[in-house]
Write a protein that binds this ligand. Structure first.
Ligand SMILES: [Mn+2]
Length: 312
């Protein structure tokens, strides 16, 4: 696997070596599927650059999640057509899984999730997909493309029937009809805020393992302002961490992605929020593993089989 010239965090080479890492970050600087604002192609680079300024210690977990080993791969080439990018993301994600590591896809627009979710499903046919997003993304096609960022959950539903959509507050009447007719598990933003216990129940009802796709427009604009198709409302930072923590504790997360950040040189806050979110989620994953296996926090990367106890 080809390494990125930039590595997530500034933890030292022993913490970013592919062979010993538990996690592999795959940047996909692609924005061909977007419809409104540009800038998501620059997001992976901006996150990697911001990450070197981030503290490695997690004050909630009281540990250094970087000890799991986090390797950052060279970006997926994005000069091809959407189908080619889909296949490239799918095959690289499959390779990461085959090496016993958790794939983390760093977009790019939401269309990049198509390939990584499909790869996780092919390896784990009981996969559930949890989406955090302002938008339902249930259109069968958008602007003549079935791989548009507005169609991501429609594509997932082509093959995966276990889904949970959280934070939605923008959808068409046709998407609302689809949710009703298929009985999809969708919690609109106001429901997330009013009935968090219902979401915990829904998480408990999902099959394992779980893939999480986070469109950062799920956040309130006070947390992430720079995103391609912003919507008012959304999760505050602590609300998002609460739900993510519950997911990681209650389910086996096999992979996740962070998409739709729009890099803007005048807004370092949004970039840093996404960078911190990525690291928080990695910490949750390692903490969940340690709790299940009864181990202790590692001092150094423990190798590609680190998740053997609870991964495919
Ligand atoms: Mn969205």
């Amino acid at each position: 696997m080809k390494r990125h010239t930039l590595q997530f965090l500034d933890a030292g080479p022993e913490f970013s070596r592919y062979d010993s890492a538990a996690v592999s970050i795959l940047p996909v600087p692609y924005e061909g599927g977007i419809s409104f604002g540009a800038g998501t192609a620059a997001a992976p680079g901006a996150v990697l650059e911001a990450s070197v300024h981030m503290e490695l210690y997690d004050e909630v977990l009281r540990a250094r999640p970087c000890a799991m080993g986090i390797s950052t791969l060279a970006p997926v080439p994005v000069s091809g057509d959407p189908e080619q990018i889909y296949r490239d993301v799918q095959s690289t994600t499959a390779d990461i899984l085959a090496d016993g590591k958790m794939p983390v896809i760093l977009g790019g627009d939401h269309s990049v999730s198509n390939g990584s979710i499909r790869a996780c499903f092919d390896r784990c046919p009981t996969l559930s997909v949890i989406q955090f997003d302002a938008h339902a993304d249930l259109r069968d096609s958008y602007m003549d493309s079935r791989l548009s960022h507005a169609c991501t959950m429609a594509r997932v539903l082509d093959y995966c029937s276990s889904t949970l959509q959280l934070g939605i507050r923008s959808l068409s009447a046709a998407e609302a009809d689809l949710i009703a007719s298929r009985g999809l598990s969708v919690f609109f933003m106001h429901q997330c805020r009013q009935s968090p216990a219902d979401i915990i129940t829904a998480i408990d009802g999902l099959s394992d393992p779980v893939y999480i796709t986070v469109d950062v427009d799920a956040f309130d604009g006070s947390v992430v302002r720079s995103t391609g198709t912003p919507e008012p409302g959304g999760f505050l930072w602590d609300e998002m961490l609460f739900f993510l923590r519950e997911i990681f504790l209650r389910r086996t997360v096999v992979g996740f992605d962070l998409v739709e950040l729009s890099a803007d040189a005048s807004d370092s806050f949004s970039v840093f929020a996404v960078t911190r979110l990525l690291y928080k989620m990695l910490g949750f994953r390692l903490d969940s593993h340690i709790r299940r296996t009864g181990g202790t926090w590692p001092e150094a990367p423990a190798g590609p089989l680190f998740f053997t106890g609870d991964a495919p």
